[in-house]
Structures are given as structure tokens and as C-alpha cells.
Design a protein around this ligand. Structure first.
Ligand SMILES: Cc1cc2nc3c(=O)[nH]c(=O)nc-3n(C[C@H](O)[C@H](O)[C@H](O)COP(=O)(O)OP(=O)(O)OC[C@H]3O[C@@H](n4cnc5c(N)ncnc54)[C@H](O)[C@@H]3O)c2cc1C
Length: 274
């Protein structure tokens, strides 16, 4: 690994080869807030993960209550090596995330990570395209890239204005934010793919990074291919271990069988059979 001028502490440490790539730590919560109905932002103290995390990576989260044995995968929404804080943004989907949402500052979670293979960070003019909880890892990507002198534009879609609370979170770290809603209550009426062709034609993006519902990523990948712009997608599968051992998240790709947790979750779009 060669170090560039703006290498993060994580890159420096990885380059020195002195630390394992991932750690399993107990992390006390410093805050937990509801962002909208059923969606929470949790911040925990996990310096060794904050130091290593790259955009697009995730953690396996363990909660000592709610009867959930298996840990749950959540994308990293923010990681600050200076404070040691790691934030996760999640929707309550079942008993694991419900138990997580009931924790208070001072309570402890278990975090294993950072895991997986994240987004490329070398593009000069990337466009981030997201929907739903897929915007969470994109938030970290926008912040990280800005810290490395790369401005990003963001295109986000939701069913209604209410789902686009994300725009407030991206305000600090994205240059231009483009919005679409299915019902036209905010931004352009339609899907992200309604305005993606125009954005690709006009702005000279050299990479599109997509994260969100699979149908959205499939259609984003198609538009990118038509406009000859490389595209990366972040896949979501049910996962057991998150370490590549249990094989429960295996998928077929153009280059053979891959594990979403270890080889992904980020893949070049052209590798994926949607
Ligand atoms: C790499 C990765 C990153 C993720 N990042 C985020 C994130 O940043 N924010 C967020 O809100 N969610 C994220 N998820 C999804 C999250 O892991 C699931 O919502 C969570 O595991 C549900 O656990 P539970 O115990 O609350 O629900 P369960 O009781 O286990 O399941 C409730 C419902 O959610 C479905 N479900 C559970 N796990 C998944 C999954 N992995 N993919 C699709 N459907 C699932 C189940 O089929 C069921 O219908 C991510 C998933 C992966 C694989």
C-alpha cells in the first residue's frame, strides 16, 4: 500500500501493517436520537473502528437484550478518528434493531468491524445516488471524500418529502444535492433515474456510487452503462457471521461466486446479476 498526502490515520496504520484490519469491541453509546418515525441515529465510542473505517464498510452490531443471538449488519454513517465516535443510522425492521433503538447513552453494544470492501475513494468527480437507508453509508462517503478534498454531488430519492430528511444531514458535506420524490412533494417528481441521465450528460461525473433498494441500483446501473460512466453498487443480503465463514450471503456474479460480506458489500455494477 502506498500512502498519499491526505492518508487517513486508518490508511497510515494499515500501511504500517501493525494492526489487524478489524476489531471486536464493546462500545458505549454517547447518543441515540430519532431522525424520523422508526429511524434512529446512534453514536458510540469505538476509536479502533473509527480509525480504520473506510466508506462503504459496515459493522456487525450485537445487543445484549431483545433475545437476538446473531449480530446485525449496519453500514457506517460517520466515523471520526479524532473523537473515536462511530455513528450508525438504522430503520427499526425487527427485533434486533428494535432492541438497539431502546438503548440509552451509557449502554453498551458490541461492534465487530469495520467489515467488507467499501467504495472507491479515488474518483475526482463522484456522484452519490441513494434511497432509504442506503443513504447512510453514502453520508460517510461524502464526509470522508470532502476530508480528502473531493467534493461530491448527491442524488437522493424517496417516496415523499418525509423520507428525504437526509438532505439536512448531507448539507454539510455534499456540494450539490438533487432530490426526487415519487409523489412530487419535494424536488423532481419521479425516481432518481428520472433526472440521472441529464445529470450524467451535464456534469462529467467519473464514478457513480449507488446504495439503496435493489431495483433502484439496477436501474441506476443501466443508465450509467448507457452513458459510459462506471458505477458501484452496495448490496444487502441477510448475513450470519459477516466474516465470510458462514456463506449465507453468497451470490453469483459474472466472475463467479462471491460473499457479499467479505468480497462486497460494494461491487462494480457490471459484476452483478440484478
Ligand atoms: C452490509 C449491510 C449494511 C446494512 N446497513 C444498514 C444501515 O445502515 N441501516 C439500516 O437500517 N439497515 C441496514 N442494513 C439492513 C439491516 O441489517 C437489517 O434491517 C437488520 O439486520 C434487521 O434486523 P432485525 O433483527 O431488526 O430484523 P429481523 O427480525 O432479523 O428481520 C426483520 C425484517 O427485515 C428483513 N431483513 C433482515 N435483514 C435483512 C437484510 N440484511 N437485508 C434485507 N432484509 C433484511 C427480514 O427479512 C425481515 O423481513 C444493512 C444490511 C447489510 C447486509
Amino acid at each position: 500500500m502506498t500512502l498519499h498526502e491526505h492518508a487517513t490515520p486508518a490508511e497510515k496504520v494499515a500501511a504500517m501493517g501493525s494492526l489487524p484490519a478489524k476489531v471486536d469491541v464493546k462500545a458505549p453509546l454517547v447518543s441515540q436520537e430519532a431522525l424520523t418515525e422508526g429511524v434512529f441515529k446512534l453514536t458510540a465510542v469505538a476509536p479502533s473502528i473509527a480509525l480504520r473505517a473506510m466508506p462503504g464498510q459496515f459493522v456487525q452490531v450485537g445487543v445484549n437484550r431483545g433475545g437476538t443471538l446473531l449480530r446485525r449488519p449496519l453500514g457506517i454513517a460517520e466515523a471520526d478518528p479524532a473523537t473515536g465516535h462511530v455513528s450508525l443510522i438504522y430503520r427499526v425492521a425487527g427485533k434486533g434493531t428494535l432492541a438497539l433503538s431502546q438503548l440509552k447513552p451509557g449502554d453498551e453494544i458490541k461492534l465487530l468491524g469495520p467489515l467488507g470492501h467499501g467504495f472507491s475513494t479515488k474518483a475526482k468527480k463522484p456522484l452519490l445516488v441513494g434511497g432509504g437507508m442506503g443513504l447512510s453509508p453514502l453520508l460517510y462517503a461524502a464526509g470522508y471524500l470532502l476530508g480528502h478534498k473531493t467534493e461530491t454531488d448527491v442524488l437522493m430519492g424517496g417516496r415523499t418529502e418525509k423520507e428525504l430528511f437526509w438532505q439536512q444531514l448531507f448539507k454539510e458535506c455534499a456540494k450539490n444535492i438533487h432530490l426526487t420524490t415519487d409523489d412530487g412533494s419535494l424536488g423532481t417528481k419521479g425516481f432518481v433515474t428520472t433526472i440521472l441521465p441529464e445529470l450524467l450528460k451535464e456534469n462529467g461525473y467519473d464514478l457513480v456510487i449507488a446504495c439503496g433498494p435493489e431495483i433502484m441500483m439496477k436501474n441506476v446501473a443501466k443508465v450509467c452503462k448507457e452513458h459510459d460512466v462506471p458505477c458501484e453498487v452496495s448490496l444487502e443480503r441477510r448475513m450470519g457471521c459477516g466474516l465470510g465463514a458462514c456463506l449465507s450471503c453468497s451470490i453469483d456474479t459474472v466472475s463467479g461466486r462471491r460473499k457479499v460480506c467479505k468480497d462486497g458489500p460494494v461491487f462494480p455494477a457490471e459484476e452483478v446479476f440484478f
